[in-house]
Design a protein around this ligand. Sequence first.
Ligand code: ADP
Ligand code: MN
Ligand code: MN
Ligand code: MN
Length: 345
Amino acid sequence: MPKFKLEYIWLDGYTPTPNLRGKTQIKEFDSFPALEQLPLWGFDGSSTKQAEGHSSDCVLKPVAIYPDPARTNGALVMCEVMMPDGVTPHASNKRATILDDEGAWFGFEQEYFFYKDGRPLGFPEAGYPAPQGPYYTGVGYKNVGSIARQIVEEHLDLCLAAGINHEGINAEVAKGQWEFQIFGKGSKKAADEIWMARYLLQRLTEKYGVDVEYHCKPLGDTDWNGSGMHCNFSTQYMRETGGKAYFEALMKAFADARADHIAVYGPDNHMRLTGKHETASIDTFSWGVADRGASIRVPHSFVNNGYKGYLEDRRPNSMGDPYQIASQVLKTIATVPTESVSAAA
Ligand code: ADP
Ligand code: MN
Ligand code: MN
Ligand code: MN
């Protein structure tokens, strides 16, 4: 029987945003294991801000498995953290209680910076590189340097080989800044894959001596771009029925729930959502057709199809937890009645 290297991966107890953790166990299986075949495992929660030293055991419960293309007979195992009884979710385990719906589709656009020696990859030791402009979707050494593209290409291949629904890449507005997109049906599926793609990126960049910086405004109050994680979403009702009245009711619900959304859209978002650059100010809510300065951008296709399709919430940031972002979107959508609105329209 082949021996498999199972990398159990979980989110730790750090706030406001958890870190990814992982450790390996070797187990024999006839062939690549199914989720149901994977045992629970434990770890020392006192080292991850998930337990006190005197009672430190936490339990890892496998919830998704992917082939690990970087290892022979490797598997990446996404886990939820449980209490020692193995059934009660740990307080840090947000995934256990979020709303999910297979008919709700999510496309996350993960932006981030590569960092080396305490500054964005490609920045000079002192001062700044040439101003923003040519970097977004740019090509050529002076625009993207010599290793960034190699990393993002390798990352893309790793994600695809792991079965992650990676949809694309682009160089972003700031030098050293990049984006990838992940699409998934269901909030847990899409969010698991963002976390796993983040894991693969961080593991990959180790060998380059490069870090991934997810902070939403790593260069502070400057004209250098911040990093978001736009959340594109659609429910079955939005795609198939929709309509102007439903859309307007939905936008009112989003406006009313503004604070609930901002609370889970990533730390330090006031630094990014200033109203000057990307999206509207953090204190207001607005939507606009093809408007990249709005909180929610409505694609032209949405209006042209009779207010049907998907919407883009531009406010979530690069450090946000996709489980909580997707769940809050579904929570707000759930407050808007479908039948009565379409009947009234
Ligand atoms: P932009 O940079 O112009 O905002 P991207 O192409 O980077 O757009 O990202 C668009 C995202 O929208 C992709 O992740 C894609 O999967 C997602 N998307 C497309 N159609 C839908 C849909 N019906 N429901 C949810 N997400 C969708
Ligand atoms: Mn994009
Ligand atoms: Mn982008
Ligand atoms: Mn976008």
